[in-house]
Design a protein around this ligand. Sequence first.
Ligand code: SF4
Length: 370
Amino acid sequence: MTEVLVEVDDLKVHFPIKRGAFFDRVVGHVKAVDGVSLRIEKGKTYGLVGESGCGKSTLGRALLQLTKPTGGTVNFDGTELTTLPTKQLRSMRRRMQMIFQDPMSSLDPRQNVESILTEGLQAHGIGGDRAERRKLIAKTLDAVGLPQWALSRYPHEFSGGQRQRIGIARAVVLNPDLIVADEPVSALDVSIQAQVINLLEDLQEELGLTYLVIAHDLAVVRHISDTVGVMYLGALVEEASGDDLYERPLHPYTRALMSAVPVPDPEVEDRRERILLAGDLPSPANPPSGCRFHTRCPWAQPTRCGDERPGLRVIGTGTHRVACHWAEQIESGEIRPHAVTAEVVADGAGAVEAHGTLAAALETPGGPVV
Ligand code: SF4
């Protein structure tokens, strides 16, 4: 039986909106994360997708207690983190590391690689003396595919892909159990993205790591995830195993996201329907009543959708969960969309090529380290 490493229950992160000459008047709250519950099994990858601004990065930070949650619980390997005293939380942090989107801004330009990797070891009291720490660091550089001469170099002397490897090394050298990777490849070229994703997978297998991977790119998340959660306006709207979600997206928002992913075959791409959502993402400071997606949902119904907030519920007998009142009727075609447009976006051809290249590159092991 698989063990659960992380269990998040009804997690909320609300940021106060302050006004007044001294910003001392709270006039509302931005509900960045608003009642998310999920579980991540040991040694598995949970992929979190959604538009920028949907709260996925805030959720990742709140899970690690880098941002203090407003409500809810985060249980990590049997320990409740939200009420843990600072000292214990600090020692727990070694087991929970983060990889950032932009390695250049997350690495101190004045520190060389040895100093970057030594810092964490010293902070957590790992490795007795300098020789022992150097041994650990040398092993980690090998594991992430960086040469030993990298030790004395500075971040600006490396390419984007190599810098991300340094960021991964900084996390892995501490021997963590969980890594939260926030858009780990979105700042990289497509061919380099594939190398970094393959590296994360190799490290997971070798070290038994558990991942929460946050990304807006569905191709990345599909490739790497055992379970995928789709977030919209601070809440999970659908969750399923990677294959199930991509083969049978049930929530209208997931369907819209999927329909925007280009298909490598240009003939299929030309023929398929694309669901275009009306309007922008509503403000999380003032989310719509009822189903938060009802202002943009092509399947929205006059009854229930605007009044009653749907919770996540299991559809069928498996683990596929959807927050939509009408998921079954939408799937069977009993409820038809008001407006589905088969338009192809102007830069479709370029996107197809990019998607095809990443998919192909992900299947190609090895290759030069760039
Ligand atoms: Fe659309 Fe209504 Fe389902 Fe919300 S509950 S996703 S508005 S059909």
